[in-house]
Design a protein around this ligand. Structure first.
Ligand SMILES: C[S@@+](CC[C@H](N)C(=O)[O-])C[C@H]1O[C@@H](n2cnc3c(N)ncnc32)[C@H](O)[C@@H]1O
Length: 242
């Protein structure tokens, strides 16, 4: 792996000055990172990260005693940078009933073809009163293709959580402001340059455009929020179970 590629990967998730300059997805990643940071303290004890990938937010969970990453083997990305403790078949969680204190998943729900089966497995393995911290995108392009199946509105999610008696303790929409527009422009330009230029050479154009649009996002952040147009949701849920 080249030095530049390693640097780009490191800057992918954390909001730093370098990622502000070079990361086209800076505002989206920063929004998720800061939202998870805000609510991470809700997770305690034995914690399961479903669809963990590289466990990018693990270090934010300082209250947990164990942090287990679980994922499926075949997905829309290579697992070369992943940190997975348990692989599963995408259907049945390999854990006994009521053995998990807290469960988290980040940017995974849209990749789950059968959300009701997924939620019923969460219901089964999480202890009564156990906590979940989850992020789910609302406006974003198709990714991890072809394993990208859905986008949910906050109303659709509430309906599903109610059905499984997951109490919504906290809910915030992140990036419900003008920064979303510049994030989407960067996403378009990233796809465009990646398509027309080979390998890493696309970054010669992606980086300056990213920086300009990240800066414009910062400037136009002063415009009013719009809670109907937002990047995604973070929820803290409680497993109400008799
Ligand atoms: C967009 S990535 C997010 C990875 C990681 N959570 C993060 O925030 O960087 C989506 C992840 O969901 C996983 N995934 C896809 N279908 C899944 C399923 N049915 N159950 C659990 N994980 C799944 C993929 O393997 C991938 O790691």
């Amino acid at each position: 792996m080249t030095k530049l590629k390693t640097l780009l990967l490191q800057q992918l998730f954390k909001p730093t000055l370098i990622s502000f300059i070079i990361n086209p997805f800076f505002w989206g990643r920063a929004a998720i990172y800061l939202s998870v940071k805000k609510y991470a303290k809700a997770a305690k004890g034995k914690t399961l990260d479903v669809g963990s990938g590289s466990k990018p937010y693990k270090d934010l969970f300082s209250n947990v005693t164990q942090y287990i990453g679980m994922d499926i083997e075949v997905s829309g990305h290579e697992h070369s940078t992943s940190d997975i403790d348990v692989f599963y078949d995408g259907e049945t969680f390999p854990f006994k009933d009521s053995t998990i204190d807290s469960l988290v998943f980040f940017e995974v729900f849209e990749h789950v073809f059968n959300p009701e089966r997924f939620l019923s497995e969460i219901k089964r393995v999480v202890k009564p009163g156990g906590t979940m911290v989850v992020t789910i995108p609302f406006i974003w392009g198709e990714h991890e293709q072809p394993y990208d199946y859905a986008r949910y509105s906050s109303f659709g999610l509430k309906h599903l959580f109610d059905k499984y008696d997951f109490e919504i303790v906290e809910h915030k929409k992140y990036l419900a402001d003008f920064r979303l527009q510049f994030l989407l422009i960067n996403n378009y330009l990233y796809g465009f340059f990646k398509k027309i230029l080979p390998g890493m050479s696309a970054w010669i154009f992606i980086i300056p455009f990213s920086f300009i649009n990240n800066l414009l996002g910062l400037i136009f952040y002063i415009l009013p929020k719009n809670e109907e147009m937002y990047f995604g949701n973070i929820y803290v849920l409680k497993n109400n179970k008799k």
